[in-house]
Design a protein around this ligand. Structure first.
Ligand code: GAL
Length: 651
């Protein structure tokens, strides 16, 4: 159970490291935070070596005083468990706790996230420090929320090929299959004489001569995800014995190696760390021209996608735990945001339902790895330019009644297991699950549609009008029932329902649905240069399935291959549409579903927010658009909050 939080509207916060600064500076810092309009401060997530400098020594005084100082200034503290940075003595105690890479190399001490999720000794130590912190601070009046660990999966850290992972995987397999014969037949191990006699013979799927059995690799990915869940759960259980404050984890952008919906089951609030410019440079598939155009603004859809995803991971409750405030240090290029962008990102998050947006970090560190990462203050304590934007947001927040978010009319299913499956078996170098789902999401955003992203085991689709299920690895019973009872339109594919749970081709052939007479008889992956024209506008790329069907074929390639197939409610795409075709197909389907769309000009986005709409200009130049017959002008990186009925612009 979690306590209600002491706020009625979105709030601002910051990440602070008291252990980085002389104590004489804390009071001034805390008051400056409050004065800026911040009401939350996150601390402690990397402070283990100062909390417990030796296995048998705890230093609490400094932390007690830091919490008190922040609390006295009126700030709510988010206390963190420091388990992303096990201190050096921990490695002496558990030398085999370090994660191992695919080629068997041990990861070293000297940065962070060096632990293996499967190491039970370290898992126990993590639960223990969570318990000790919970005991000491669980009822502290200044601590109003807890963060567990920091960014699971960041720096490629979910999958570990360590001896601990190997034996845990064998146990996991035995619990799942019970007998080795069931494992052999489920995986199809008769192929290439891969049959096992005992579970302890099954190795991790690395360093095989050619690819391992996809069913083996898939179970390993499921196992690795379960290990993250178990690690998080151990800490959540430990904390819940001592506190009723909400438990949170800060997820990252475009990390799919573990099932966030599963981890989210053990937490009260989801949060994520939003670094729009870092992500554009570092983890986006956009081309160079796009990156150049948006280098100081970020991809106009990437933040929104994650806001919508994590709203659902948090079962409606979500925050931005770390918001980029200026340039970062970790992307190939690290430009500064355009003036106004930090304000735009902040309001955008709140319009997607963020309860708190917290900036990373209070003051730029003059030392160590992140000395080139900006903060709200320069290393010498002077303000960075961005403080003006934050002050402005706090003033605006004080004046505006902010509405709740409600369900969108359109939902897209995001399934982590599908991402693992198509990593394992892309079948074409340019097939990527995240990119596929994101293409549908961007298509809808460019049509001005607000979207929910939902889990693959959603029980019902509510009042939604259109549900999109791209690239789904395998059906589950809950989803099939939700589909059956849903009255709206559904868009499936490509690749949806193309495997069984055991990574085999279904007996009925994909998409494996009784209510839809389509059989995928063969598939082709296409080189990026091999785009095929559609009879209407646009092309398909990367992927084309050939089918037998008695249903209506509503769109084909110019060579006559069926691309869009339909019965009254179900629609199936056999291919990956390019941007132009995607928007056209989505606009038609939205019209059929009763969802209003309008093609937005490039770089302009909007988001429904109760009786308001938030209009955002992600361009580096001014634009204008019509709203209720009035012309609205937006400067570069500017935004407008407009009342839907009155047309009044609040800012
Ligand atoms: C996040 C991380 C922070 C900090 C920040 C820098 O991924 O949680 O600790 O490293 O990136 O941008």
């Amino acid at each position: 159970m979690s306590a209600d939080l002491p706020f009625t509207k979105p709030a601002l916060g910051v990440c602070y490291y008291p252990e980085h600064w002389p104590e004489s500076q804390w009071t001034e810092d805390a008051h400056a935070m409050a004065d800026l309009g911040l009401s939350w401060v996150r601390i402690g997530e990397f402070a283990w070596s100062r909390i417990q400098p030796k296995p048998d020594q705890f230093d609490w005084d400094w932390l007690d005083r830091a919490i008190e100082t922040l609390g006295q200034a009126g700030l709510n503290v988010i206390m963190s468990t420091p388990t992303a940075t096990p201190p050096r003595w921990m490695i002496d105690k558990h030398p085999d706790m370090l994660a191992q890479t695919e080629d068997g190399q041990r990861r070293k001490f000297g940065s962070r996230r060096h632990y293996c999720f499967s190491h039970l000794g370290y898992r126990e130590q993590s639960a223990q420090i969570a318990k000790i912190l919970g005991k000491r601070f669980g009822q502290n009046r200044h601590i109003q929320a807890w963060q567990i660990d920091n960014e699971y999966g960041c720096h490629d850290t979910v999958i570990s090929f360590s001896p601990s992972a190997r034996s845990a995987f064998q146990n996991w397999l035995e619990a799942k299959y019970r007998t080795i014969d069931v494992l052999n037949s489920s995986w199809g191990n008769v192929f290439w004489s891969m049959e096992y006699q005992r579970f302890d013979q099954v190795d991790l799927p690395n360093q095989t001569v050619t690819e391992p059995n996809p069913a083996h690799a898939m179970d390993f990915r499921r196992f690795a995800s379960d290990e993250v869940m178990a690690f998080n759960q151990a800490q959540a259980h430990a904390l819940r014995q001592y506190t009723d404050r909400p438990l949170i984890h800060n997820y990252m952008g475009r990390i799919t190696e573990f099932d966030h919906f599963e981890v989210g089951q053990d937490l009260d609030i989801a949060s994520w760390d939003s670094y729009p410019l870092g992500f554009l440079e570092d983890r986006s598939d956009r081309d160079d021209a796009f990156k150049t155009r948006f280098m100081r603004q970020g991809d106009p859809d990437f933040q929104a996608f994650h806001h919508d995803l994590y709203r659902s991971v948090g079962k409606g409750r979500w925050w931005v735990m770390e918001q980029q405030p200026g340039s970062v240090n970790w992307a190939p290029f690290n430009p500064k945001p355009l003036p106004g962008m930090v304000r735009l990102w902040t309001w955008e998050a709140m319009a997607h339902g963020a309860e708190v947006v917290s900036y990373f970090r209070w003051r730029q560190a003059p030392f160590a790895q992140e000395q080139m990462h900006s903060g709200l203050q320069l290393p010498n304590g002077d303000w960075a330019d961005v403080q003006k934007e934050i002050r402005q947001i706090s003033e605006e927040l004080a004046e505006i009644e902010t509405p709740q978010t409600s369900d969108a009319e359109v939902a897209i299913i995001f399934d982590y297991a599908s991402s693992w499956a198509w990593d394992i078996q892309p079948q074409g170098r340019n097939f990527d699950y995240f990119r596929l789902v994101y293409a549908f999401y961007c298509g809808l955003r460019c049509l001005g549609v607000s979207v929910d992203i939902i889990a693959p085991n959603t029980h019902e689709f509510g009042n939604r009008k259109l549900v999109i299920i791209p690239g789904l690895f395998s059906w589950n019973q809950t989803l099939l029932s939700a589909l059956e009872s849903f009255g709206g339109q559904v868009l499936l594919g490509p690749r949806s329902g193309s495997k069984t749970e055991n990574f085999q081709i279904p007996a009925k052939l994909p998409p494996d649905l009784d209510a839809f007479d389509i059989k995928v008889t063969s598939v082709e992956s296409l080189r990026s240069s091999d785009r095929k024209d559609l009879i209407n506008s646009g092309h398909i790329e990367a992927w084309l399935e050939h089918v037998e069907t008695s249903e209506d074929v509503v769109e084909t390639t110019s060579e006559g291959d069926p691309v869009l197939i339909r019965n009254d409610r179900l629609n199936y795409l056999t291919a990956w549409p390019d941007e132009q075709a995607m928007e056209r197909i989505l606009a038609d389907l939205a019209a059929k579903s009763g969802v209003e769309t309008s093609k937005l000009q490039s770089g302009y986005r909007r988001r429904n927010w109760g009786h308001y709409t938030l209009h955002m200009n992600y361009n580096a130049f001014p634009i204008e658009f019509k709203n209720n017959n009035k012309t609205v002008q937006l400067g570069a990186a500017e935004l407008a909050l407009i009342h839907n009925e009155t047309g009044n612009r609040l800012f």
